[in-house]
Write a protein that binds this ligand. Sequence first.
Ligand code: UD1
Ligand code: CA
Length: 449
Amino acid sequence: MVAVAILAAGRGTRMKSDLPKVLHSLAGRSLVERVLDSCSLLNLDKQIVIVGYQGEKVRQALSHRQDLEFVEQIQQLGTGHAVQQLMPYLQGYGGDLLVLNGDAPLLRPETLQQLVETHQNNQNAATLLTANLPNPQGYGRVFCHGDDLVSHIIEDRDCTSAQKQNRRVNAGIYCFNWQKLAESLPKLSTDNDQREYYLTEVVDYLSPVMAYDAEDYRETSGINDRRQLSAAYDILQARIKDDWMKAGVTMLNPDSITIDESVQLEPDVILESQTHLRGNTTIATGSRIGPGTLIENSKISTNVTVLYSVVIDSEVAANTRIGPYSHLRGDVKLGESCRVGNFVEIKKTSVGSNTNVAHLSYLGNATLGDRVNVGAGTITANYDGKHKHPTTIKQGTKTGSNSVLVAPVTLGENVTVAAGSVVTQDVNDNALVIARSRQKEVPDWHTDY
Ligand code: UD1
Ligand code: CA
């Protein structure tokens, strides 16, 4: 039996923020939510979140998650005091209790699973996650007898300068035999630099306590200030990008690329410099994205190229070329083998296949068929100041340069719109429409001689 308790009651003074630390966002998800997700491989009997500072806000932020129980730590007198609040709550519970700092968002589910296995296989009183850090400053140091049997944990601020040389740190991730922990919790003192009840002091009263080293020390990073928050983002990004490169994605200058965890990529996708992929985005094989591109919540099919462009909430079919400098603003569907070019903005529009919108256009609330050619500077005038109106352009139609299509309006199949036309009425299939004044020439106008 395993239960988990997440320590999320602290204010996080070093963040210098009104928002409780555990609600700060790391790549779109709060720290506490990431800590909860690190338990995904465990079969948990109970999931408890200990809240305190702005507890109502923390509860609210987690209200979409099922099966969470909240325990209040009214005054925040330290991590040991936080866990003491569980005593009435877990009275009689006979299983193990995982305790996780709410500010350790990079923990992998596999690591937590191994920690629990090590704990159970060795029948330890406590097992804690440790790591050897290149720069252990700020972390509690773990002192062992033998290789892995823990004798003390001393907080950085309580260490002598000799003790500070120890680079093995406490990650703030523990698995306890609850009954044994419950016997030790009342013994905690405040005999330390901060005058707080430290959870780490229970190590003095429990035996055996085992240290389990994380495979990758970066997993154990705790977030105490904004610099650590931004460093965690970099670690997370490096992890995501490494995984995609291993899966067959090429990245040119990966340091300049960012990818949300929710993004899905296929092998032989190429991502160039300054490409940012966010939200629910998928990109299929053979597509080349960037440089200088942002794609959010969009589905990009095979062999598409997107160059210096922004694509939001849209779908792009195979072999289509986008950019440079195109903006698909949302709710856009592009068919196969289309071309959308320089300074083109499209929104709420569906486009058939083999259609080109190559230069300087705006299309909004429009439906375009196959093989349409939208001439340079064509604009759908879709807004009358109050309402948006639809424009339909059927297959094979060509609009001349600088034409304005005043919606609602339908151009039939194979229509030709003369350059500079302002089209206000529907046009029949196969027609040529000219909607501009006829050119008039006045001879010998120039009289200045
Ligand atoms: C803690 C550990 C330290 C470890 C480090 C790992 C202690 C005494 N020290 O230090 O050994 O190396 O984490 O990152 O535990 N919290 C409460 N109630 C409180 C105080 C804190 O719920 O009264 C919560 C905080 O919201 C936070 C977590 O406990 O999520 C850790 O608290 P923090 O103050 O960040 O501990 P550290 O000083 O980092
Ligand atoms: Ca911390």
